[in-house]
Design a protein around this ligand. Structure first.
Ligand SMILES: C[S@@+](CC[C@H](N)C(=O)[O-])C[C@H]1O[C@@H](n2cnc3c(N)ncnc32)[C@H](O)[C@@H]1O
Length: 226
């Protein structure tokens, strides 16, 4: 799967791309990530300006149409297919397990990261992106939200996870259900023991216990979230 990320700060991604699961997925050719600096499409060759003051007044700066639209169109044309355009914005559809799974069906995603006060409205009208929010709060830029999208979507790319059953069993795979408690060695830590059933070798009893724990935990989470 191919990701193209359009950003004003490509360097933010360097640590993230060179670690752990994503690093391995890139090395194995399962995922490719292409970073593009929107400033490279600025019509201002001297200062590489990409933002300006909002018409009507108000705080901050707004990303201008020309560099953003030109950048997206140029990046779309760099490979086939042109890709599914996602604009990261707190005004978008909330990213959920279901939306992640939907996004993972595209062979190529183009992730557009905003900064400052966000995008000139005509960028939305012209490019018709899918608008995605990672939650009801405001980040300083779209880079961390883009990493969240990449991090969650690659889990659905065949071969990226060692064990494909992870995505089926984990939290939110079933709406409203979070995962059961997990334990590893040692069997006792500061007086806290691993539940006996997990040491029993009885797979049916373990599955029953996990299911019940997941149900209780999900109920508690739903109660706390309401
Ligand atoms: C400071 S925010 C702009 C917020 C905008 N003024 C508003 O109130 O909707 C700058 C950029 O960060 C990104 N961003 C911030 N919060 C986000 C969120 N919750 N989900 C996705 N992207 C977000 C977007 O790309 C946005 O254009």
């Amino acid at each position: 799967m191919r990701f193209d990320v359009l950003t004003l700060f490509p360097e933010i991604f360097s640590g993230y791309l060179t670690q752990s699961l994503l690093k391995r997925a890139i090395e194995r050719g399962l995922v490719s990530i292409h970073l593009w600096n929107i400033r490279d499409w600025s019509p201002d060759p001297k200062h590489h300006k990409v933002d300006d003051r909002p018409f009507g007044g108000g705080p901050g700066m707004v990303l201008m149409c020309e560099p953003v639209v030109s950048a997206v169109e140029a990046v779309q044309a760099k490979a086939e297919p042109p890709g599914h355009l996602v604009m990261l914005t707190p005004q978008g559809e909330r990213l959920t397990h279901g939306l992640v799974r939907e996004l993972a069906r595209h062979p190529r995603l183009i992730l557009l990261c905003g900064r400052y006060e966000g995008f000139d409205e005509r960028i939305r009208i012209l490019l018709k992106p899918q608008e995605v929010s990672i939650g009801d709060y405001v980040c300083n830029g779209g880079e961390v939200p883009a990493m969240v999208v990449i991090d969650t979507v690659i889990r659905f790319v065949p071969g990226v996870l060692g064990d494909e059953s992870s995505v089926v069993e984990e939290s939110h795979a079933e709406p409203g259900l979070v995962e059961y408690p997990q334990y590893t060695r040692p069997r006792v830590f500061r007086g806290l023991e691993v539940p006996e059933v997990l040491l029993s070798g009885n797979h049916e009893a373990i599955a029953r216990w996990r299911h019940e724990q997941a149900r209780l935990r999900s109920k508690k989470q739903a109660h706390e979230g309401s």
